[in-house]
Design a protein around this ligand. Sequence first.
Ligand SMILES: Cc1cc2nc3c(=O)[nH]c(=O)nc-3n(C[C@H](O)[C@H](O)[C@H](O)COP(=O)(O)OP(=O)(O)OC[C@H]3O[C@@H](n4cnc5c(N)ncnc54)[C@H](O)[C@@H]3O)c2cc1C
Length: 408
Amino acid sequence: MSYYDVLIVGAGHAGAQAAIALRQLGFEGSVAMIGDEQYPPYERPPLSKEYFAGEKTFERILIRPASFWEERNIDMLLGRRVKSVDPEGKFVTAGDAEIGYGKLIWCTGGSPRMLTCNGADAPNVHAVRRRDDVDAMMAKLDTINHVTVIGGGYIGLEAAAVLSKFGKKVVLLEALDRVLARVAGEDLSRFYEAEHRAHGVDLRTGAKMDCIEVTDGVATAVLMQDGERIETDMVIVGIGIIPETGPLVAAGAAGGNGVDVDEFCRTSLPDIYAVGDCAAHENDFARGARIRLESVQNANDQAKTAVTHILGKEEPYHAVPWFWSNQYDLKLQTVGLSTGHDQTILRGDPAARSFSVLYLRGGKLIALDCVNAVKDYVQGRAHVVSGAVLDQAQLADPAVPLKEVGLA
Ligand SMILES: Cc1cc2nc3c(=O)[nH]c(=O)nc-3n(C[C@H](O)[C@H](O)[C@H](O)COP(=O)(O)OP(=O)(O)OC[C@H]3O[C@@H](n4cnc5c(N)ncnc54)[C@H](O)[C@@H]3O)c2cc1C
């Protein structure tokens, strides 16, 4: 049986950052990363943005050049999927191999939630999670015209923006009464709905689909519950992910929606950490609620927390959440978590396409969504961290820089 002092399962954002941090912090033991994709770690956000748009090659979205891992003596075991974990024997199985570990860092992200209706498994129904998903779509783009996007979250909206730029006829179906309902307030949702419509996307909210019509083995239409038939050449599904935690949970790890971890990213199993999209943690910015965050920030910062703990230091995870989304010429940057807000303040003018939505709870600024408003994003972060109660008239006045806003 081969053995590594630290074995990282999942060669994505969190896995890559864990390996990088180990070497940066001087760890000299043996390290390996097992990943079920064929590729060294790459950035996932461009898959619905610059990579899908053909503006960046795959080499440009690699987290590190392929040579980096060899130079740092990090073994890359790619194209191999971990099937089980034995926490007592301290080994995992991948294919026929058993691989022992001293510490295990579980960084497996999630798999796209797919539709379960008739036609959902047609070959032109696509998710957007992996390079292979996007390459498969890109290979067909020249021959198609009509695309139906299911789901008005960030990934669906970003894909719709790229496709409409390519001149495709895009219908976007969101079952709830507004897009981004899970992550943003109504002002932001309405702004993005209007932008997409202005770019020619047939964006529909409260849209209830029934199933996918398949003709000669391919999806040819999305059938709606009200009987409408939306002709389509391709369906893109962006309705969230299911955390990849099966082998850990089967091994006895506590969890539900993700694997439960403590403030050092330890699971309930000895010497096993979990990090990134799959890790359910108590987050300060969600008032201590146990949540999973699906963001590069969280993957990177949790990886550092786990590695620091492995190296003998206790530095609990308290990082402020941040995120971004690019659609058309709009750069959205968010900081904090808006869930549970009881007030919003609009700062700036959406018509000018540069504004921020500020989210407050009990008078405290808990989050910002900043559209083409980098200064607000940069300056608002400190207020989100401090939790101070601020002067609301100044918060609403774009002429007052956020860093100069005084206490209420
Ligand atoms: C299209 C898209 C756009 C996004 N845009 C943004 C954005 O703008 N900003 C932002 O902050 N975040 C964005 N995200 C989210 C961000 O990419 C994720 O939060 C981040 O990738 C999480 O890192 P991770 O390491 O936890 O998971 P991943 O990066 O998904 O890596 C997990 C890896 O583990 C592999 N794996 C799973 N199970 C096993 C197993 N049993 N054995 C071996 N390998 C396994 C997976 O195949 C994958 O390669 C986006 C995500 C997508 C898909």
